[in-house]
Design a binder for this molecule. Structure first.
Ligand SMILES: [Zn+2]
Length: 164
C-alpha cells in the first residue's frame, strides 16, 4: 500500500471508528409490497430511496397511514426489500436519518473527483464531522484494488495529510 495512504488511514482511524460504532447503519432497505399471491414488488414512487433497517419500519407505517396512499392492484401488505452489504459505487445514505448504510464500496470516478474538487474551506468544514473520516477510510481502503483509481486515491490522501 502506498505509504501516504497508510499513514493517513492510521491518522483518521479513531474518528472513523467512532462513526462506524455510533452512527453507521446496516442493510440498505427500500419500500415494496407483497401481493395477494405472495410476490414482492417495489412500490412506485418509492423505488429510488434507500433507508436503513432502523428507519424502514417507521417509513412503512407512515406510508400506510397516509390517507393519500393508493393500494396497487393485488396489494396485500406493505413490505420492504433489504440488501446487506450491497456493492455500490457511491455511499448509500438513509433518507430518513441521514447516516451512511454500510456497503461493499468500489468508488466511482465521480466520487473520487468529488473529493479532489473540494476547496480548502470545504475540506476544513468536512473534517469537522466524523462521517468524513469514515468516508475517507472507505475510499482510501480501496487503494490497490482498482489500478486506475490508485493515482486519485493517493492524491486524496496527500490532500488530507495537509489538513490533519
Ligand atoms: Zn435511517
Amino acid at each position: 500500500m502506498g505509504c501516504i495512504v497508510k499513514t493517513v488511514l492510521k491518522k483518521i482511524k479513531e474518528r472513523s471508528s467512532k462513526y462506524a460504532a455510533e452512527k453507521l447503519k446496516h442493510g440498505v432497505c427500500w419500500v415494496g409490497y407483497e401481493d395477494t399471491e405472495g410476490y414482492q414488488h417495489e412500490l412506485e414512487g418509492h423505488n429510488h430511496k434507500d433507508f436503513c433497517e432502523d428507519c424502514i419500519v417507521d417509513v412503512l407505517a407512515e406510508i400506510e397511514s397516509n390517507e393519500r396512499f393508493e393500494e396497487p392492484e393485488g396489494f396485500k401488505e406493505i413490505d420492504y426489500f433489504v440488501s446487506h452489504n450491497p456493492e455500490s459505487n457511491d455511499f448509500a445514505y438513509c433518507e430518513a436519518c441521514g447516516h451512511i448504510i454500510a456497503s461493499t464500496f468500489d468508488p466511482s470516478e465521480q466520487e473520487l473527483e468529488h473529493w479532489l474538487s473540494l476547496t480548502k474551506e470545504e475540506w476544513e468544514s468536512s473534517l469537522d464531522a466524523d462521517v468524513t473520516y469514515y468516508e475517507l477510510t472507505v475510499i482510501l481502503d480501496n487503494y490497490g484494488i482498482v489500478e486506475e483509481n490508485d493515482g486519485k486515491i493517493k492524491q486524496i490522501a496527500k490532500t488530507v495529510f495537509t489538513f490533519i
